[in-house]
Ligand binder design. Structure first.
Ligand code: ADP
Ligand code: MG
Ligand code: MG
Length: 889
């Protein structure tokens, strides 16, 4: 097994082994781009280390061999006294984890070699600046010294000298600072800062391995669902120096705007700086475009390289680079994170440029991104008090109470408050607070700052670099121009699409993407237009590609019409229980209380025309498309008054001696129907079997409505669905009765209704005996909500509040099985029931109507197991269409 790869040996496909950074450094090296030479230690070495507690035996020799080769190539030895080779030791996992892992620069410097570096560069200041950076980074990340101790010493040195930035410190100041830093290290760790270069390197490599398991790395992985056992690679890269004076510097760039997708020059540059300085916001960066003026030839070369990378990766890339005395070096690239809107635009732009095809374009966007684009935004017409403006870093409209630290953000959000986390800048320690917040606002840092990058990754609203807002985290307040003060707890609204920050709550309006789906979007703002165009095209690709049909869960004409506008190809679930509520509740009470057949008949007869009218409307709204109507499902007590309330009412009335007859009967009935476990009680098909005439009345209403539509020259396509069947016998009984009723209606109305009858598969027994059930069912609709409840033995109404959080924290679930289908358990039943059903009845129609029907990940599963359609709530239809397309692409 080989544990070390030279940059010339890898390529971009080897992310599992070399991590993203290592694989892409290798790719750039092999593209002939200027990358400082180096090598990568594999994730496999890290896995061995994490599992066993020590590095694999062969690693040391392999590293030595690669270091030798590097030294030969560079013509100097690591830490060589008169001319030291310096390296950076950089983490890099398969998935980019911004700010999660630590990088140490300038390894190889010591009390001795700092002089050599100064002599070689002809720059004392530079050498001491590099050395103090090494001790600072090494002390913090490798030796575990509190980083603030170094920061404070640095601040104090600046303060004593009366200057504000690090470049104002001269060689003497930095040399004294080095002494001070070394003192801090000795005091805090009980050992001296290691002077031996190879020891520095080995310790740093181990520290990178260890950083895989820091709390914040674990938290980020849980958030992003990154497996915990991948480990990280380690890159050892020869140093180039951006801190060698004004003709040097360091920067970050995007090949396109990660917020809008527009091509252009996007990025930040900082002269005379090293490494993290750009993103850490220690000094103000300049826009990348200014580099053209500062160093034209490096700028031109960078533009060229950006073009090469875009064409090569066929995607937006982000880049980290350094200029050392006019020479450009590439230090990192990767396919860059982007906002949801940019993802859609970039995908279509790349198709237009001929770089990718439609199928590939579908892989470049996700249903989650589309869902994000459907969020409401701030109403531009509304009156709002503008506090200030920052950089639009991650879109969305977020409103919440101002909080100035992560701890409060977490605490308040736990108690149900919406909060906006406000910081001067964020760092990885703020991650908990960022997750808890509705949105993030910072007063410093650009589009590539920690806050911006992490928020975009999380799909969270972020405004960064709002410099006119003065954030005072100690006193928990923010001051806007004009002296307006926002205290902790005051409500603010932030707009991540425009960068505007408002005092108070700004009302929101629907997004242009929703307006488009609603058919209300007409040529408006250019920007919205572009986005809508991109969404429109991507939806067309998805619709052309997908095999799954998408239906809606809807039970009234209004929802049905919206669903149709959103692209629904029918209704997969019309619940009939709402038709029993409101003023009809009284008739239902009569039905439940009926002592005699006549009473019951009377109640049903009263309900019939009302139900029929509902269905007529629905069939009209979905004319020509299938409508699956589910017969009554919930336990009857849901239609009766609450047992406690009613008991109290009756007791009080009895005390006053004016108890009313009806209430007494009701109370009796409530007692009779009361169940310990109503979800496993008298509901679904059991109701139909126990309450004479109930299902027959519903079937009649459906059939008469269909006949009415037929006679009005409509095209009704009703499907009657029986819920909660556990055995084919139940279904057969209901089926016989239904067929008789339908035949009567057909005869009476002179129509041929072609109604189909099917069942839900939502009990394990139904799934296990699907082959038999299919004999009496023309279709199955998997009710994956109940199926998940009954397969796991979880009560959906209770678990989320009781133990799910603990389960998620312990990693038992990555995500709730009510949100994303549990492939191994519930999914297995679905797969096998589908096969068994089709074995009995090859033309059996198969669909799903649980919440999972609109969940991206689950849609892929339903595609794989060969269902015909998914059904979901109207708002999720576009997401389901897109994901069904992606699944088939
Ligand atoms: P991160 O994963 O946090 O981006 P990196 O390993 O990319 O960490 O290092 C952070 C920054 O340090 C880089 O963007 C670059 O500016 C600087 N850096 C890393 N290695 C070198 C090197 N060999 N020479 C000069 N600068 C470097
Ligand atoms: Mg980097
Ligand atoms: Mg159900």
């Amino acid at each position: 097994q080989k544990f070390v790869y030279d940059f010339t040996e890898g390529n971009k496909e080897l992310k599992d082994l070399l991590g993203g950074k290592g694989a892409n450094l290798a790719e750039m090296t092999n593209l002939g781009l200027p990358v400082p030479p180096g090598f990568t230690i594999t994730t496999e070495a890290c896995q061995v280390y994490l599992a066993s507690g020590h590095e694999p035996a062969a690693l040391r020799d392999e590293v030595s061999a690669h270091l030798d080769a590097l030294e030969t190539r560079m013509g100097k030895k690591l830490g060589q006294a008169d001319d030291p080779l310096l390296v950076s030791v950089r983490s890099g996992a398969k998935f980019s984890m911004p700010g999660m892992m630590d990088t140490v620069l300038n390894i190889g410097l010591s009390d001795e070699s700092v002089a050599g570096l100064a002599a070689q560069a002809g720059d004392e200041r530079f050498a001491w600046d590099s050395y103090r950076r090494l001790i600072q980074m090494f002390g913090k990340t490798v030796l575990g010294v509190e980083g603030d101790l170094f920061e404070e010493a640095l601040e104090e040195t600046k303060r004593a000298k009366g200057v504000t930035t690090d470049i104002d410190l001269d060689a003497g100041d930095l040399r004294r600072l080095v002494e001070e830093f070394k003192g801090i290290v000795s005091k805090e760790t009980g050992r001296d800062f290691p002077q031996e270069p190879r020891e520095q390197m080995d310790l740093a490599i181990r520290a990178v391995f260890d950083s895989w398991n820091t709390d914040r790395a674990k938290l980020y992985r849980r958030q992003e669902r990154i497996p915990g056992d991948l480990g990280t690679a380690v890159n050892v890269c020869s140093m180039v120096f951006g801190n060698l004076g004004p003709d040097s510097g360091t920067g970050v760039a995007f090949t396109r705007d990660p917020a809008s997708g527009h091509q252009g020059v996007y990025g930040d540059y900082l002269q005379n700086a090293q490494g993290e300085d750009v993103v850490a916001g220690i000094r103000n960066t300049v826009p990348l475009a200014d580099l053209e003026r500062i160093d034209k030839s490096s700028y031109d070369q960078l533009m060229q390289i950006m073009e090469t990378l875009e064409t090569h990766y066929k995607d937006l890339c982000d880049i980290e680079f350094t200029i050392e005395r006019g020479q450009l070096w590439m230090l990192q690239t990767r396919v860059g994170k982007r906002t949801a809107g940019a993802a859609f635009r970039i995908a279509t732009q790349l198709v237009d440029q001929g770089l990718i095809d439609e199928a590939e374009a579908l892989q470049r966007v996700t249903g989650a991104q589309l869902a994000q684009l459907m969020f409401p935004r701030f109403d531009e017409q509304a009156k709002a008090d503008l506090l200030g403006r920052g950089i639009a870093a991650s879109p969305g409209a977020a409103v919440g109470k101002a909080v100035f630290d992560s701890y409060t953000a977490v605490k308040w959000s736990r108690s149900g408050e919406k909060v906006i986390l406000i910081r001067r800048e964020t760092n990885p320690d703020d991650l908990n607070g960022m997750i808890a917040a509705e949105g993030i606002l910072t007063s410093r840092g650009g589009k590539t700052s920690h806050a911006a990058v992490v928020a975009r990754g999380m799909g969270k609203t972020c405004v960064c670099g709002a410099e006119e807002l003065e954030v005072d985290t100690k006193r928990r307040r923010m001051t806007a121009p004009g002296g307006i003060v926002v205290e902790e707890g005051d409500i603010v609204s932030i707009d991540g699409s425009t960068g505007k920050v408002y005092l108070g709550e700004v009302p929101v309006v629907p997004s242009p993407v929703v307006e488009y789906f609603e058919g209300r979007m007409h040529a408006g703002a250019d920007d919205a237009d572009e986005l809508v165009q991109a969404v429109h095209r991507m939806m067309a690709y998805a619709d052309r590609t997908r095999r799954l049909r998408v239906r809606a869960n809807a039970d009234n004409a209004e929802d049905a019409s919206r669903a149709r506008r959103f692209g629904a190809q029918g209704i997969g679930l019309c619940r009939t229980e709402h038709m029993f509520l409101g003023e009809r509740r009284e008739m239902v009470e009569r039905l439940i209380l009926a002592d005699t057949d006549e009473e019951r008949e009377g109640a049903l007869q009263a309900l019939l025309p009302l139900q029929k009218a509902d269905f007529v409307e629905l069939f009209e709204a979905m004319d020509g498309l299938p409508v699956t109507v589910r017969l009554l499902d919930p336990p009857l007590h849901e239609f009766l008054p609450d047992i406690t309330e009613l008991s109290v009412r009756v007791a009080l009335a009895e005390a006053r001696e004016d108890a009313n007859e009806n209430d007494l009967r009701l109370l009796q009935a409530v007692h009779k129907l009361h169940e310990q476990n109503p979800m496993l009680g008298l509901r679904g098909v059991r109701l139909g079997l126990v309450i004479p005439g109930l299902f027959a009345m519903q079937v009649r209403a459906i059939a008469e409505a269909a006949a009415a539509r037929k006679n009005a020259k409509g095209d009704p396509r009703a499907e009657i669905m029986i819920p909660l069947v556990g055995t084919v016998q139940e279904l057969e009984i209901v089926r016989e009765e239904a067929e008789r009723v339908i035949a009567e209606v057909e005869a009476a109305t002179g129509t041929d209704l072609r109604l189909t009858l099917g069942t839900m598969i939502e009990l394990p027994r139904a799934a296990l005996t699907a082959g038999q059930i299919a004999e009496a069912a023309e279709f199955f609709s998997f009710g994956t909500n109940d199926l998940t409840q009954t397969v796991w033995g979880f009560s959906r109404d209770d678990v989320e509040a009781s133990f799910f959080t603990a389960y998620l924290e312990k990693g038992i679930f990555g995500v709730s099985p009510f949100e994303t289908i549990d492939r191994d358990g519930v999914g297995k039943l679905v797969r096998e029931a589908a096969q068994a059903g089709r074995a009995t009845r090859p033309d059996l129609k198969l669909g799903v109507c649980g919440e999972h029907g609109g969940d991206p990940e689950s849609v892929h599963f339903f595609h794989e197991v060969g269902l015909d359609y998914v059904s979901c709530s109207p708002f999720r239809i576009p997401v389901a269409r897109l994901e069904a397309g992606r699944a088939a692409a």
